[in-house]
Design a protein around this ligand. Structure first.
Ligand code: 4AD
Ligand code: MG
Length: 493
């Protein structure tokens, strides 16, 4: 008797062998055909029951959602589209699923909306769509580690609780053990954080970059891959309050090297899933095509999912300076026809996602790396250019996603960095340790941050970032609305 996963059964060379498998019933048809899935693959294995030789009471318990242990013989299938099936000799019910209760959940095999699935995040991974998305997410995270391991990087665990604001944007979740109803106060009536758990104000990290920089100054090439938190009031299909970020940081590497690294890395991880997740991708591609059918013709994507992924592999990312991009945007049709919500009038404007998407999807029609942004719209740690007004920043923009990577060459000069920190009003005692790295063997160095969920969105074609992370944590200040939903019909999930 061979104990297998469903995926292993499909690759089993020997037929007519005794096998056993455990999984969940997807459906049970005609008192005879169990479609069984155990999560190892998208495909269900058909288990054929001889109902005449089975007790009625047992047959009744084979219901959608139930966990079962099946023993039988693996045989070539008579059914169309199945290569093997199991001729069942015994069924043991491991966990019942009451059909009455199942009918109220998303386990019921019929068309559900993605919004409805979000309400049952604990069950949605049992659907084909979420099974495929989460297997892809897992494969992508393995590919991330694989890439860095193969390229001599050290994996560094950045702290989750920090005392600094790495992006200087003030979008942090506070961590405290003080009693919110009765906090200790200073003489001037403010909350006295010296009495707090860590003796000072602390928050959940928005980025592991600053700590990673200190490690790059010793280990050379490092990367972080961990959860990061942002209290942004952004209620969009691309923002989460808790998301995972990958942040490589490399000593002696300049911005060109940083661009090369980011491009090579993105191509590697996308190539990895194209090679290793063929079935899940094919399913997601089909799902996406179905969804696209419900959109107006001019909103439909020109490329299929795998075409889009291959397109990224086969083409160089277009490298464009911020100044060039502003010229393109200023002279663009939507700008002239006042179609942009935020018109581009002058150099220095911050780019909104409508601009980024125009550049990627309409103008260049390929991934774009924008670099050399105005200093005053970027973070304090970026290397100031000789012009005194731009910094060595880079953002990578992807079709359908917009910004997927943000990075820069870092300001390695102590005096320049110190002046900048003072200028933007960060208290020096918050970043003294960061400044110190510029005192002891400072050097040119660079890094970037990749939003992992945006990568998973790109690779799965899922429109909403809430559908690529197991339990999405998002801003709920105002009800979520997106024009996308106008086109969202019920899809087979
Ligand atoms: O551009 P960001 O803010 O850059 C940094 O945090 C740098 N410290 C990275 C570095 O240089 N080491 O964020 C990096 C990426 C973005 O490009 C985006 O993909 C993702 O993180 N991101 C988010 N993803 C989901 N939800 C959010 N709220 C996100 N904010 C940023
Ligand atoms: Mg950014």
């Amino acid at each position: 008797m061979i104990t297998s996963t469903v995926a292993e059964l499909f690759t089993q060379e020997n037929k007519h062998i005794d096998v056993e498998v455990k999984g969940w019933v997807k459906s049970f048809r005609a008192n005879r055909f169990i479609a069984l899935n155990d999560g190892s693959t998208l495909r269900n294995i058909q288990c054929v029951v001889d109902f005449e030789s089975m007790e009625e009471a047992l047959l009744k318990r084979i219901t959608t959602g139930a966990a079962v242990h099946i023993k039988g013989s693996l045989v070539e299938s008579q059914g169309k589209g199945q290569d093997v099936e199991i001729q069942v000799s015994s069924v043991e019910i491991l966990g019942d699923a009451d059909p009455e209760l199942v009918s109220k959940t998303i386990l019921q095999p019929k068309r559900h909306s993605l919004e409805f699935l979000r309400e049952q995040a604990h069950l949605r991974v049992r659907t084909n769509t979420f099974g495929a998305v989460m297997r892809l997410r897992s494969a992508l995270s393995f590919a991330v580690h694989d890439y860095f391991h193969k390229n001599g990087f050290n994996y560094m665990h950045a702290p989750i609780i920090t005392g600094s604001d790495a992006e200087g944007a003030g979008e942090m979740f506070r961590v405290t053990t003080l009693d919110p109803k009765n906090p200790p106060l200073t003489d001037s009536g403010e909350i006295n954080y010296t009495k707090d758990f860590f003796g000072k104000e602390t928050n959940l990290t928005v980025s592991g970059q600053l700590e990673a920089e200190t490690y790059a100054m010793a280990l050379g090439k490092v990367y972080t891959f961990g959860p990061t938190f942002r209290a942004e009031n952004s209620n969009t299909s691309r923002h989460l309050a808790e998301f995972w970020m990958i942040e490589p940081e490399v000593a002696f590497m300049d911005l060109e090297g940083n661009m090369d690294l980011a491009e090579d890395f993105l191509k590697y991880v996308i190539g990895y899933v194209l090679k290793n997740n063929v079935k899940d991708l094919a399913f997601l591609e089909q799902r996406l095509e179905q969804e696209e059918q419900s959109k107006p013709q001019n909103e439909r994507s020109a490329m299929r999912l795998t075409e889009k992924l291959n397109f990224v592999l086969d083409n160089n990312f277009k490298r464009v300076s911020y100044s060039e991009a502003i010229d393109i945007l200023r002279n663009s049709k939507p700008n002239k026809k006042k179609k942009f919500k935020y018109p581009i009038n002058e150099w220095g404007a911050d780019l909104q996602s409508e601009h980024e998407r125009f550049l990627v999807e309409k103008h260049f029609k390929c991934p774009v790396i924008l670099f050399d942004y105005p200093a005053n719209i970027k973070a304090f740690y970026m290397r100031l250019n000789e012009d005194g007004k731009t910094v060595r920043a880079m953002d990578i923009l992807f079709p359908g996603i917009g910004e997927i990577v943000g990075g820069s060459q870092r300001e390695e000069r102590y005096d320049v960095l110190k002046a900048k920190i003072t200028e933007v009003g960060i208290p020096e005692e918050e970043l003294w340790w960061y400044l110190e790295t510029r005192k002891f063997g400072t050097c040119v160095h660079s890094g970037f941050g990749l939003g992992f969920e945006r990568l998973v969105q790109f690779c799965t074609g899922m429109a909403n970032i809430r559908d690529v992370i197991p339990f999405p944590r998002t801003f709920t200040g105002i009800p979520y609305q997106s024009f996308k939903f106008a086109f969202m019909s019920l899809v087979m999930v």
